[in-house]
Design a protein around this ligand. Structure first.
Ligand code: GLN
Length: 312
């Protein structure tokens, strides 16, 4: 699309964007200043196919923080650093129906419900191992970068703000420690979790990260295998039931695709074997889902017949 100008699919995304940009519902997250300063008018939509084509409209090259979309990729790393059984003994795969930052450990199993809520995500970060000559944080950043197909960076100022505003997540970390999910002091894992939330991406990066999942773990642009196919199957399954927290049911009814939201305003939705949709718009509904992003994903899913439950 760069060389030839807009393709019909670029134009279709532009039309969707124009049809939805008058939606002004939702609020920008204000848990930290760096998020509160987002421009609620920003709107980007990108489709990346499993064979590496990219179609984009709007503010698709504007950077924002990945936030909870990071949980998807860190969970994949945890699954590959251990056996699935070991990860399952620390983090369940059941939808919680609770808000993302619920102070929760299942009373019966004594583990977090799933790796998409903060409790499970912090445990997943803790499970990721250091590399041979890399810290865990460096490995996380490098793995996200391989999914995006370019070197990503984290916003150090925002990371400090996440640290300063992180008491609720610290409470979760220590709850996990008291339950024996995290063994020892959770502080380092918490700091790495804050850092992974502050990795800066644009909508195109997110779409390519999603396309890496759509193609079973191979980045379609670089050809590099980042994750095993069985890891990706597991990750997409958990995104399907838990990726949108207490918005997961309504999301699946409307969009019918495994997806993950972040309070920075990003969303990825994945059609396994085919493509990923990524959207960016900072105003969020009460579940932390981008309002325009959800509308765009619904529109794309419906108009392109991508809904999982659609009949022939
Ligand atoms: N940094 C945020 C937190 O940990 C991420 C939440 C989100 O994107 N839903 O609370």
């Amino acid at each position: 699309t760069d060389v030839l100008g807009p393709s019909p699919l670029d134009n279709a995304l532009q039309n969707i964007l124009e049809a939805l940009q008058n939606i002004n519902d939702g609020e920008v997250n204000d848990s930290i200043l760096a998020l509160a300063e987002a421009d609620r008018n920003d709107f980007g939509i990108v489709i990346a196919t499993a064979d590496g084509h990219v179609y984009e409209a709007g503010d698709s090259r504007k950077c924002f923080s990945i936030q909870s979309i990071s949980k998807t990729f860190t969970y994949a790393m945890a699954l590959e650093d251990h056996t699935f059984d070991h990860v399952d003994s620390k983090i369940d795969v059941e939808p919680s129906g609770d808000a993302f930052n619920e102070i929760s450990i299942d009373p019966q199993t004594k583990v977090p419900a799933n790796p998409m809520i903060n409790a499970g995500a912090i445990a997943a970060t803790w499970l990721v191992k250091d590399g041979q000559d890399q810290t865990r944080r460096e490995r996380i950043l490098e793995t996200y970068s391989r999914c995006a197909g370019r070197e990503l960076d984290l916003d150090i100022d925002m990371q400090k703000q996440e640290h300063d505003a992180g008491d609720r997540n610290r409470a979760l970390g220590w709850l996990l420690a008291s339950a024996g999910v995290i063994e020892g002091d959770p502080t380092d894992a918490l700091e790495d979790y804050f850092a992974q939330c502050c990795v800066m991406v644009d909508t195109k990066d997110l779409a390519l990260m999603g396309a890496t999942l759509a193609s079973g773990g191979v980045n379609p642009r670089t050809g590099e295998r980042v994750f095993r196919a069985d890891t990706v199957e597991r990750v997409l399954s958990v995104m399907n039931s838990c990726g949108m927290y207490d918005d997961a049911g309504d999301w699946f009814v409307r969009v019918g695709l495994p997806a993950k939201s972040g309070v920075g305003g990003g969303i990825i939705a994945v059609v396994p074997g085919q493509l990923a949709v990524a959207t960016f718009s900072p105003a969020l509904n009460e579940h932390g889902t981008s309002v325009r992003g959800k509308a765009a994903c619904e529109h794309i899913s419906q108009s392109m017949d991508l809904h999982f439950a659609r009949g022939p």
